[in-house]
Design a binder for this molecule. Sequence first.
Ligand code: 5AD
Length: 437
Amino acid sequence: MPSVYIETYGCQMNVSDSELMLGVLAREGYVRTDDPTAADVMLVNTCAVRDHAEQRVLGRMGELKRYKRPGDVLGVVGCMAQRLGPRLLERVPQVDLVIGPDGYRSLPELIARARGGERAADVAFKGWEHYEDVPPVRPDSASAFVTVQRGCDYRCTFCIVPMTRGPERSRRLADVVNEVTRLAASGTTEVTLLGQTVNSYHDGTHDFADLLRAVGTVPGMRRLRFTSPYPTDFTERVLAAMAGTPAVCEHVHLPVQSGSSRVLKRMLRRYDRARFLEVVAALRRAISGLALTTDIIVGFAGETEDDFRETLSLVEEVGFDDAYTFKYSLREGTPAVRLKDHVAEDVKTERLERLITVVRRVAARRNMALVGTTHEVLVEGPAKRGGLLQTRTRTNKVALVEGSPDWIGTYRRVRFTGTTGSTFTAWPVEQERTLVG
Ligand code: 5AD
């Protein structure tokens, strides 16, 4: 049987897309391998959001080339493939095929052509494509990603994604519910719904509130998450559906990007600082014990020291549980490259360090206050170190617990005994143990 090795960079949707690609290839008889040296086909699923992500992939191409035997095929797929298209074939001679996020059905065909010595790219957008008939090949796990929306119609000036993932489209609610029902039947108890602006989901009939209620009440579905929402798309209906659906977890990843209204305007975000704070307050009113995480860009074009300080003060004011922090990376083809007053690299570096310090301090303060509290955790697998198990709370906090490997995939109650500031150590609370759901 032919084998495929796939390496995934970037966001959760890329992880989900890799599962779809394995699904497309499984129909052709391919099996997955974790060993690139043994693979007949090697695929690298890429990210284009920052230059750094692309540079890493280019470096990795040089390494994967060494595993290529005569007849083997090396492909670049995903957002960087879409952005560069045939240019990637010119630039990297060892690459045989280039496919963007809407072209994964062409994998078998392009692999066959590559075997015949023809290098090709498929970067056409298909505004209807959901791969509805392709069963994703997922790892054996209690948790699964389910893509519910592809593409993006927002036009944040820094962001390449509308150019790499094409127009926004939502899957039909019934199709999503069928998939989740099948997952539940095979033992999945936690689902994360994925979309670029997932709470703007609309299938023509149903909105995101309908989707949350429908998925959250599939029998066996114990935890429901979603990422990433757009701050101003939390309608009253969505807030009510979150509050009224017990499976919906008490964690929202809410990308703010900046704490300065002036910068948000230049980013073409659809809110200012005050409006963002209102959304946070509304979410906290709706969901008690809510954990909030975010994405923040420093050094966007025109960001002054005063603007940056507003970002620092916003982190304090909201009290985020964690944040992914990035230096602004100019992306060719995005509106922001034409803005004036780009920030010098050393200033970006300095601001990023200051931001990380504040984020860590705010997170640590919140986490320290949680030591001694008890939580339901899903046991995800062995921890990287120390023979412990890695578990996760509904609020998305990671806790390391001593326990037996056969706990993996089950829910337990634990008490937090300590924190590094970001992750926890915990003890099982045996007498309160929750049975497998
Ligand atoms: N530069 C830096 N960070 C970016 N992001 C998106 N585009 C850029 C860019 N050009 C960040 C945003 C987004 C996250 C996925 O990546 O914070 O929320």
